[in-house]
Design a protein around this ligand. Structure first.
Ligand code: ADP
Length: 602
């Protein structure tokens, strides 16, 4: 562009110089011709007046008219401008030489238009640029004939002068061209240097370098262009910054999103995949494509949507099982209008709803369990009441046993309702905690006393091991902790065959930690038995609500499956935990960890 512009400036200036000089040349040359012609005619007309023609006419009557005429004309030769380029001739009416300013041999007489006209008897002095000579033919009549006085100018002087002017013009043209060349170089440099700078800057802006600014040296159009360019670069930089900020924001959101997000182009090739999706589809992330994803997730409806022609399809597929998790999958077809055309693609978002799904499942199970647990005693109560009502003559002892059953089932119902209330309060964080400082050793001693009778009835040996050193008091809700400990000890009594062995112990562990508890000081209460034990598969579920290992056995023993769930929640609310170790046929150990101060105490 730069070279082209320089060439154009040179071309324009050179053309201008040539044009000007050509026009000037043409005007000058035509003026020279006009000047010489009018000068020539003026001189001749001044000489060849009517009276001079009459005078010459009279001389024709003399003895030697040729000589007489020559002498008369010689007298006026200066006025006629006779010199080496211009001569006069006296010619007969046939155009034959009679006399003249040169002798007959050197006379240059051509049959011009004027001369031919004179031979026919008419004076003529027409001048035209195409004629080789300027001539003036005057007819001088005599008594019976006429002669011609013919003045002819070879135009050599005019041509020499014209040539001189022409050579001056050529010289001027050459000087002009050199000057034009120099000027155009200076001018084109003055124009192209800033343009070159702007071009360089534009290239560096295109490469993303916005640092440098162009210096504005003038107030002219180039200066305006430079400052406009600087402003444009500034605007572009801030726009780019905004766009890249927005992009970073989106990328960060995309990166930290817990949902798996995968984008594909219109041919189903992978465009983008976030870390969650990478982790989920780790085995085939390198070969990921839309078809592969559909295959892997076994989604027929998604496949149909992909291959349908509708422009903006959004599809949500709920509860898709994949790798033991449950997902809601949103699928969208995308269309972006870009400068180079329309871009199409797909975006798939996998939202992990496993937790929500499990919660919903356990909520449904909980309601079913509650209905069942309350329904069973209610059926018994209704049955007993109906039996008594329809058999008024029933023997008293039988009636008493039915009433005893009604009381027993009512107690069981009220026990379940109480436990449900506790669970509901724990769930809704509405449990009223009643903290106090007390000795766990004392509490455990008290618990052992409470269950002693029960244990004795089963023939169990019940032992309590307390720390020999003095241990600090615990700050917790004594009643709730007692409920936890009693539940564990009573379970040990319940689920151990007669004559079993139940050991309860208390330890104070300083700077101790477990897999679930942080490092710190912990009270550790162990309740061990050598009872039936809990199968390995049941252990992970043992703290779930209504979970019982053997429903029949547990129901026989008045169990509801809520005790351990409540105990675990209470321990957790205190900032502690309950752990379990159990082997079928060997026994079970529950370990309760409690912090020195319950976490709900400020
Ligand atoms: P339940 O009221 O049925 O006793 P829990 O929540 O206290 O309810 O106990 C849940 C289940 O855990 C019991 O049904 C029982 O099957 C099992 N279990 C609890 N403690 C023991 C133990 N010490 N030995 C064996 N099984 C136990």
């Amino acid at each position: 562009m730069f070279k082209k512009l320089q060439f154009k400036v040179i071309l324009v200036l050179v053309s201008f110089i040539i044009l000007v000089l050509t026009v000037v040349g043409i005007i000058l040359i035509s003026n020279i011709f006009n000047y010489y012609t009018s000068e020539f005619l003026g001189q001749q007309e001044e000489v060849f007046t009517k009276s001079f023609q009459n005078e010459l006419s009279l001389l024709l009557e003399t003895d030697d008219p040729a000589l007489q005429l020559k002498n008369a004309l010689n007298a006026h030769s200066a006025r006629m401008g006779i010199d080496s380029y211009r001569n006069y001739y006296v010619l007969t009416s046939d155009g034959e030489y009679m006399s003249g300013s040169t002798d007959r041999e050197s006379a240059d007489i051509r049959m011009t238009e004027n001369l031919l006209s004179a031979i026919s008897g008419e004076s003529s002095h027409i001048q035209s640029a195409g004629n080789k000579v300027m001539d003036y033919a005057t007819v001088i009549p005599s008594s019976n004939d006429f002669i011609i006085v013919y003045v002819v100018d070879s135009k050599e002087e005019m041509n020499e002068f014209s040539m001189m002017v022409f050579s001056i013009l050529i010289q001027s043209l050459l000087v002009g061209l050199v000057l034009a060349l120099i000027l155009s170089l200076i001018l084109s440099n003055a124009i192209t240097a800033p343009i070159q700078n702007i071009t360089k800057k534009a290239t560096s802006v295109a490469e993303g370098n916005f640092d440098e600014k162009l210096a504005v040296h003038s107030n002219d159009e180039i200066g305006t262009l430079t400052s406009t360019f600087n402003k444009m670069a500034e605007d572009l930089e801030s726009t780019m910054r905004e766009i890249s900020g927005e992009r970073q924001k989106l990328e960060t959101i995309f990166y930290y999103l817990n949902d798996a997000v995968i984008a594909f182009d219109s041919d189903g090739r992978l465009l983008h995949i976030n870390p969650t999706a990478k982790e989920l589809f780790a085995e085939f992330v390198d070969t990921m494509s839309l078809d592969k994803l559909i295959d892997e997730l076994d989604l027929e409806s998604l496949s149909e949507s992909v291959h349908s022609n509708s422009d903006h399809d959004a599809l949500i597929i709920n509860n898709v099982n994949y790798k033991s998790n449950v997902f809601d999958i949103s699928f969208g077809k995308l269309r972006f209008d870009l400068s180079d055309g329309v871009f199409g693609g797909y975006i798939t978002v996998l939202h992990d709803i496993t937790e929500h799904f499990e919660l919903e499942k356990s909520r449904r199970e909980f309601i079913a369990n509650v209905s069942h647990e309350l329904g069973t005693p209610l059926t018994s109560i209704k049955g007993a009441a109906e039996t008594i009502a329809t058999n008024p003559d029933m023997p008293e002892e039988i009636q008493a046993s039915f009433l005893q059953m009604v009381i027993g089932e009512s107690d069981r119902m009220s026990h379940i309702v109480k436990e449900l209330l506790v669970i509901s309060r724990l769930d809704n964080k509405r449990m009223m905690w009643n903290p106090s400082s007390f000795s766990l050793s004392d509490l455990l001693t008290h618990c052992i006393e409470v269950v002693r009778g029960e244990a004795d009835n089963c023939g169990h040996t019940l032992s309590l091991t307390l720390p020999t050193d003095t241990v600090p008091s615990v700050e917790a809700d004594r009643e709730k902790v007692e409920q936890v400990l009693l539940n564990l000890i009573q379970n040990a009594i319940k689920y151990t065959q007669s004559n079993g062995k139940i050991d309860v112990s208390l330890e104070f562990l300083k700077t101790h930690s477990t897999a679930t508890l942080p490092n710190g000081d912990w009270f550790c209460i162990k309740v061990s038995d050598n009872g039936t034990g809990i199968p390995e598969d049941d252990i992970p579920h043992i703290f779930e609500r209504f979970y019982r290992v053997e429903k029949a056995r547990s129901s026989d023993k008045g169990g509801t499956g809520l005790g351990l769930a409540i105990a675990k929640e209470i321990a957790l609310e205190h900032g502690g935990d309950i752990e379990i170790e159990s082997t079928v046929g060997v026994g079970t150990t529950f370990t309760v960890y409690l912090p020195c101060k319950a976490k709900y105490i400020q």
